[in-house]
Design a protein around this ligand. Structure first.
Ligand code: IMP
Ligand code: MG
Length: 179
């Protein structure tokens, strides 16, 4: 169970997440994409991506893995509306099948920005995969091709996700109820 926390309500437990990732990996494997490259959007997706690639291994896949660091929130819990590249990918995406991995699909701006960027660079195909698709109206019309969970429209932390640089280390996804 790990260290109990009275300040966080659990939304998705570590057990729930790990159970779901096996099924998610099978869904992705069914696409049978040749030379798949995962591009994980940092920082929030680092733990999800780490678990997802091992789940993909378990279904026989051998994806290449890269990262891009994007920022739309800064220290706030409300999207600023503009997306900045803090650190770019290091692979050449031209002609590649890409799976973009992010933690949360909220307004849609981050994922749409990343998709447009890699598309403009000549990626062969781009699919999107998120840990949580929030139940909220999007500012940008984009759907995740794959999602681990649908989630409520609340700010979530843990499993890689932060609030003002805290809580990334939690092995579950939760909501802060007191600080
Ligand atoms: P969007 O651009 O509004 O769709 O927001 C997506 C980005 O904002 C994700 O990459 C997350 O890093 C971050 N984000 C959105 N909602 C949350 C949340 O509830 N907790 C932590 N990060 C979030
Ligand atoms: Mg993010």
């Amino acid at each position: 169970m790990g260290h109990p926390r009275s300040d966080i309500d659990v939304i998705f437990s570590a057990e729930q997440i790990s159970e779901r990732l096996g099924g998610l990996a099978e869904e992705i494997a069914q696409l049978k994409l040749d030379k798949l490259a995962i591009v994980a959007i940092l920082k929030g997706s680092f733990i999800f991506a780490a678990d997802l690639i091992r789940a993909l291994h378990n279904v026989g896949m051998e994806p290449e893995v890269d990262f891009i660091t994007l920022s739309s929130y800064g220290k706030s819990t409300v999207s600023s509306g503009t997306v900045d590249i803090l650190r770019d990918v290091s692979i050449d995406v031209t002609g590649r099948n890409i799976l973009l991995v992010d933690d949360v699909l909220d307004s849609g701006r981050t994922l749409a920005y990343a998709k447009d960027l890699l598309s403009a660079r000549g990626a062969e195909s781009i699919r999107t995969c998120v840990l949580i698709e929030k139940d909220v109206g999007r500012a940008v019309d984009i759907k995740a091709d794959f999602k681990a969970f649908k989630g409520p429209n609340v700010f979530v932390v843990g499993y890689g996700m932060d609030m003002s640089h805290r809580f990334r280390e939690l092995p579950f996804v939760g909501r802060v109820v007191s600080t």
